[in-house]
Design a protein around this ligand. Structure first.
Ligand code: TRP
Length: 362
């Protein structure tokens, strides 16, 4: 069986370091591993509209931001098919048929939907489109017969729902048209949840605690200087805490031994730096300056690539257009198979007219 990846992001904002460690970096590695037959990366604008229907301009503007972020981290359109969800109408049609295989109660039990309803104050009235987005996400995945779906942990309920729909479809129509996907989640805890610069649980635009992939060197430096550390580490000589200290969490996620050799040769590695911080005698400014260099080392090539693509925005849209055309062609094949399995492919079914005539002659 072919190994096929599909994943995507809602274009509600520019992508940040949390996205980078949580998914983008891995996607580029998967892309370059050569182990996958096909890779689809989708900009999920239709899904983003399920809770932003009154602000389509936000989605419209962020499509190009996300595309630039993708290209600048090294997703290569020659290897990864980048496309826009709403421009593949076959996905919507699949969703309409899958809806019949899911109960309202089942959607209500979806833990991700539950928390998102609370977050968005939808308790008073849940938009139907939003409520059913797990079904639409199943279409995204199954249209491409994806076997592997790299996502954050919060998406596991979506994958479970997708697997259920696949099983139900194949059993109901006695076929093996749809493929059960597997989730691929980040390997370590920091990658699952990089805290914001203020030390709160997660980077989020509304909290203003993000470092964006598109931030300049100066912006990154400024944001690092405001980062939350250990509030009880007041004098340099005080012993400091490493756990829950955001600067160290970021160093855990990004620093390498060669960063120490290059930028902070007094220490061999992060363990030595942590030991010194715990003992006391190491100031926050020194570790922050080091983190600035580490982050900018990681971000410099990303910024360089972004600058090149920003100069030719029409070419970026052309990449999306090409990817979308290819995605549509694939989704159309699956949709045709789905309709054949459901026996609603009336005009492609040569037997149909003859057998209906026979029924009326009888
Ligand atoms: N729901 C995903 C998110 O919020 C985005 C998404 C839409 C997606 N369709 C998908 C992810 C299909 C994986 C597969 O991050």
């Amino acid at each position: 069986m072919e190994k096929i990846i599909l994943t995507g992001d809602r274009p509600t904002g520019k992508l940040h370091l949390g996205h980078y460690v949580g998914s983008l970096k891995r996607r580029v590695e998967l892309q370059n591993s050569g182990e996958y037959d096909k890779i689809y990366i989708m900009i999920a604008d239709a899904q983003a509209l399920t809770d932003n229907f009154d602000d389509p301009d936000k989605i419209r503007d962020n499509i190009i931001e996300v595309a630039l972020d993708y290209l600048s981290v090294g997703l290569d359109p020659a290897k990864s098919n980048l496309f826009i969800q709403s421009a593949v109408p076959e996905l919507t049609e699949l969703t309409f048929y899958y809806m019949n295989m899911v109960t309202v109660a089942r959607l209500e039990r979806n833990p991700t939907i539950k928390t998102e309803i609370q977050l968005r104050n939808f308790e008073v009235g849940i938009p139907v489109g939003f409520f059913t987005y797990p079904i639409s996400q199943t279409s995204d995945i199954t249209a491409f017969k994806a076997t592997v779906v790299p996502v954050g942990e919060d998406q596991l309920p979506m994958l479970e729902q997708a697997r259920e729909i696949v099983r139900k479809f194949n059993a109901t129509y006695n076929c093996d048209v749809l493929v059960e996907p597997k989730a691929m989640i980040p390997e370590n805890a920091i990658c699952c949840r990089l805290p914001g610069t203020d030390g709160t649980a997660k980077m989020s635009k509304s909290l203003g605690n993000c470092i964006y992939l598109s931030d300049s060197e100066e912006e990154v430096n400024r944001k690092v200087m405001t980062m939350f550390t250990d509030p009880n580490h007041i004098q340099i000589s005080d012993p400091g805490k490493v756990e829950g200290n955001t600067v160290f969490t970021y160093l855990d996620a990004f620093s390498t031994d060669s960063d120490f050799a290059e930028f902070l040769p007094d220490y061999k590695n992060l363990d030595e730096l942590k030991d010194h911080y715990r003992r006391g005698g190491l100031g926050d400014v020194k570790i922050k300056k080091f983190l600035q260099k580490v982050l900018n080392r990681e971000l410099a090539p990303i910024r360089e690539r972004r600058a090149v693509f920003e100069k030719d925005i029409p070419a970026v849209y052309e990449i999306l257009k090409k990817g979308t055309d290819a995605a549509r062609a694939t989704a159309a094949v699956t949709l045709a198979e789905v309709k054949e399995a459901m026996r609603i492919n009336y005009f492609e079914d040569d037997e149909l007219i003859r057998s209906q005539q026979a029924r009326f002659n009888a």
